[in-house]
Design a protein around this ligand. Sequence first.
Ligand SMILES: Cc1ncc(COP(=O)(O)O)c(C=O)c1O
Length: 444
Amino acid sequence: MSRIVHRDIAADLPIAVRGRGVTITDADGKTYIDASGGAAVSCLGHGHPDVLAAMRAQMDKLEYAHTSFFTTEAAEALADDLVAHAPEGIGRVYLVSGGSEAVESALKLARQYFVERGELQRTRFIARRQSYHGNTLGALAVGGNTARRAPFAPLLFEAHHISPCFAYRHRRTNEHDEAYGLRLAAEFEAKLQQLGPDTVIAFVAETVVGATAGAIPPVPGYFKAIRQICDRHGVLLILDEVMSGMGRTGTLHACEQEGIAPDLLTVAKGLGAGYQPIGAVLVAERIYEAFETSQRSFQHGHTYIGHPIPCAAALAVQQVIRRDNLLDNVRRQGERLQSGLEERFGNHAHVGNVRGRGLFRAIELVEDRASKAPFAPDRDVAGRIKQAAMEHGLCVYPGRGTADGTAGDHILIAPPFIVEGETVAAIVERLGDAVDAAVAQARS
Ligand SMILES: Cc1ncc(COP(=O)(O)O)c(C=O)c1O
């Protein structure tokens, strides 16, 4: 009997005992292709010798020093590296231990920025439905994941949610991408006007939506329009790239492909690639300047912020990605994955959409392709596909509530950046078998 409070109380999980490259082996000796890197985490695959060596070297030097007494070479070097490759205007880094902590910290940094400037009336956040920003109460409050919010709804502060940018489901017939993006931007501005623009702290969005709706890239021009509206009203833009950032979509930061820079950018997962728990908020210099001017510190902190071992691991991860030109591989194999998925599922009766960027892809399952009607939630098609994939030696990341927060299923595929063509083909083949088996079971 396991004494762990597992994520799924009904699950009977295999025990992972070894990881090498793109595979994980369980205690029975069965090997799985880790085609989602967990939840888009393991971007270098498992057991990378350079990252392990960097962690060992740091452990030999110093395992921990509290950040109210000391800074460390490892944390300083990582912050320098992140700023050197950051979007325009980013000048500082706040180091934390994961994605939810990064989002919580970003929300609080944004609020305190306005406190330092004397704009105390700014208390509101606008975010989007069908989004996920983490499971701590603040991050959950701005998030738009219906199921994860539900039990805690009475505890969450009021955030204001507008439409997601979800072309497959919400772009009108005959509406061009650009027009759709501008329609959504107008909805944002209308919400600002309704609330009073000078009461709003920030707009919070995932650059490419991840767990809640499955690898949804924005339409061209959407974020440019959002950035302009934020600037017009003095509202900050917080982009959450915990899942889509750090190279996953083919550029280091997903927002590079949108031609904009946020005021606060959250990253985690791929930052440490799973070798250590780590996240960060990349902070625009102009935000930090408000704290310098007031000479007041950010009223926040956790015991493990800036921990030197995760920092050493994350720096090594970033150095390997650059040294081995892995973002080239993300773009190349990402295209191969997309065309493999399109070939396998392009005519599939129950796959409505294949989408994503780089090595961040998803298929959306539907009961009926023409109407895009999702399967009834109680058939748990996504859960069944995950299970069938595991039986076929493949790990993929299922999502439910894709269509409207309640109904809909998708499968995220986010293999390590080191993946090669042969493995991409195996992923598509095994996923195809798993989808066919699971859908047949769900419909029987
Ligand atoms: C976009 C986004 N933000 C925040 C989080 C929360 O990160 P963590 O699970 O590391 O707390 C996630 C996790 O999936 C995420 O996808």
